[in-house]
Design a protein around this ligand. Structure first.
Ligand code: G6P
Ligand code: MN
Length: 410
């Protein structure tokens, strides 16, 4: 091995050094190509990377893609300033302000879809045999849009399901369990944890060990027992909408990371500062327990490149895995991965309330992908976390005014 060329799109992104660190401890990749539209950010990140595979950085997309075996697509259209606006405008209109959920997620999707389509187009033209791992949020929607062109060569990833399963596994004191998790990205549920065919989740839900892990504390014992399953942390925005308005995370991260890109604070200090905001809430991200995008991506890349059968929770084409959504929908489910790709494994069907929610949100995603003003208006108005058509119209107008690239929605 060690013959692979990996290309990271969004190579000037703050979390690229985490991916690089994971590569250094692995001998799969011998050339890393970083692409970004911003040469200064690219240079700031390049300077942080020490050792590891041969390194190249470019702002030319086709040049970056040529000869790629793997492409990690991790772009953030509009940067953190765009995210701060997505979240802030939602909050100003009295709805949940969040990067990927509700109005903020719709705005982020509207901006990102055309860029994702163009990237998929260039990959198909220049590196048609590459495997594409999509990190770009909203990951389910963006993977689905890229799959229009790339089919099953694009696989979406997220660290939240693996983080959830790791934490539940730890609370149970088990390893090697089978996690019956399914849904859409940032909208999934863990319905069973089987060891030797026996489901240990009911016992955990009945016990006092729920306070011992993040989702147990976030949702509370009574609600988890009533549901009979453990939701992804992002379901908090749906189950506790009033308590989760937020909307300042992007602005905080923007202020923080600006200091790094301006050369005022080093990368590790900036990373630790971000991580400490999670720790303050009793949560962990940049750790094995937290899942970590880079660990999921590396495990996926190894399974594909070495043809080593692995099981991972990924965003892939549904086929017949979940009856809640159609076959072409991208869903987040446990998959069997090997050199031929990722295929959904059988999972429990979602109960009606969860299936209904997943179906509604998928319908909104599809409206976002359409990209007309009428479809965008419907997306905002029909999202379960936007409670008025008048507010939806105001949101659409505010985002279309604020974001370059959304002029056609005015
Ligand atoms: C998790 C999610 C990502 C999301 C990130 C936001 O890792 O899975 O999809 O982008 O949280 O974290 P941040 O620190 O940027 O708010
Ligand atoms: Mn995610």
């Amino acid at each position: 091995m060690g013959r692979m060329r990996l290309v990271i799109l969004g190579g000037g992104g703050f979390r690229v050094p985490l991916v690089h660190k994971a590569l250094v401890g692995d001998d799969l990749v011998d050339e890393l190509v970083l692409h970004d539209v911003d040469a200064d950010r690219l240079e700031a990140i390049r300077r942080v990377l020490v050792g590891g595979p041969r390194l190249r950085a470019t702002t030319d997309l086709d040049e970056a893609l040529r000869g790629a075996d793997f492409v990690f697509s991790a772009v953030r259209v509009g940067g953190l300033a765009g995210r701060a606006a997505d979240e802030g405008i939602a909050r100003a209109h009295g709805v949940v302000g969040q990067e990927t959920v509700g109005a903020g997620g719709i705005a982020y999707g509207l901006r990102t879809v055309p860029v994702a389509r163009r990237i998929a187009e260039r990959i198909a033209a220049v590196a048609p045999d590459a495997w594409v791992v999509n990190f770009t949020n909203p990951a389910g929607l963006i993977t689905e849009v890229m799959a229009e062109r790339l089919g099953e060569r694009v696989i979406g990833i997220c660290d939240s399901p693996v983080g959830l399963c790791n934490r539940v596994g730890k609370a149970l004191g088990v390893t090697g369990a089978e996690f019956d998790y399914a849904g859409l990205n940032h909208l999934g549920w863990l319905q069973a944890v089987r060891v030797d065919g026996q489901d240990l989740l009911p016992g955990l839900l009945a016990s006092d060990r729920l306070a011992g892990f993040e989702e147990g504390r976030l949702f509370g014992a009574e609600w988890l027992r009533a549901l009979g399953m453990v939701p992804n942390e992002y379901l908090h925005y749906y189950y506790s909408t009033r308590e989760s308005f937020g909307g300042e995370r992007g602005a905080f991260l923007l202020r923080q990371q600006e200091r790094f890109y301006a050369g005022e604070v080093d990368w590790e200090t900036t990373r630790l500062e971000r991580e400490s905001t999670y720790m303050a809430e009793g949560r962990e991200r940049d750790s094995v327990e937290g899942g970590g995008y880079e660990h999921v991506a590396l495990a996926l890349m190894n399974a594909l490149a070495r043809d080593e059968r692995t099981e991972l929770i990924l965003n892939v084409r549904n086929g017949s895995a979940l009856s809640a959504v159609d076959g072409d929908a991208i869903v987040e489910v446990p998959c069997a991965v090997d050199g031929r790709g990722a295929r959904p494994r059988p999972v429990s069907q979602l109960p009606d309330h969860a299936a209904g929610l997943a179906r509604s949100v998928k319908a909104v995603d599809r409206l976002v992908a359409e990209g007309t003003r009428a479809a965008a208006l419907k997306a905002f108005a029909l999202h379960p976390l936007v409670d008025s058509v008048a507010v939806a119209r105001d949101l659409l107008d505010a985002y279309a005014r604020r974001h370059p690239g959304l002029e056609h929605l005015r």
